[in-house]
Design a protein around this ligand. Structure first.
Ligand code: SF4
Ligand SMILES: [Zn+2]
Length: 126
């Protein structure tokens, strides 16, 4: 069952949404549309992963995660988006960028359920 989004989770969703918009605008030239189909799919995938995150309210940033529930291809794509959009967030969304940076410095949380493969399984369908 999906977790009820905490303020922190909502902020993470807003951050990934903003990063994807910057990336998509500069790579896929979508014109008036905020996101192309591919980036929209990635956003929806990230939303599902975040909603099912087994850390709940103790969630680390995905970059500091010990489980890494994303499919390898999706994880690679998100990393690419973050590498490109991360520095650009400072000027466009400074508060979100600083909060994300601060979240990244927090200690890696232990999942409340189990660890390793079992915890990954608890994330639901990958
Ligand atoms: S399990 Fe890890 S990678 Fe998956 S959403 Fe939670 S923190 Fe991010
Ligand atoms: Zn795109």
């Amino acid at each position: 069952m999906a977790n009820k989004p905490s303020p922190r989770l909502k902020r993470e969703l807003k951050t990934i949404d903003s990063m994807l918009k910057i990336y998509c605008r500069n790579h896929h030239k979508t014109g008036e549309e905020p996101l192309c189909r591919e980036c929209q799919d990635l956003l929806e995938y990230a939303e599902k992963r975040l909603a099912r995150c087994p850390f709940g309210r103790n969630k680390p940033t995905c970059g500091n995660c010990t489980i890494h529930c994303y499919q390898p291809e999706k994880r690679k794509k998100v990393k690419e988006v973050m590498r490109y959009s991360g520095p650009r967030m400072i000027t466009r969304h400074p508060i979100l960028a600083l909060m994300h940076l601060a979240d990244g410095y927090k200690t890696v949380a232990k999942p409340p359920v189990t660890s390793g493969a079992s915890a990954k399984k608890n994330c639901g369908e990958l």
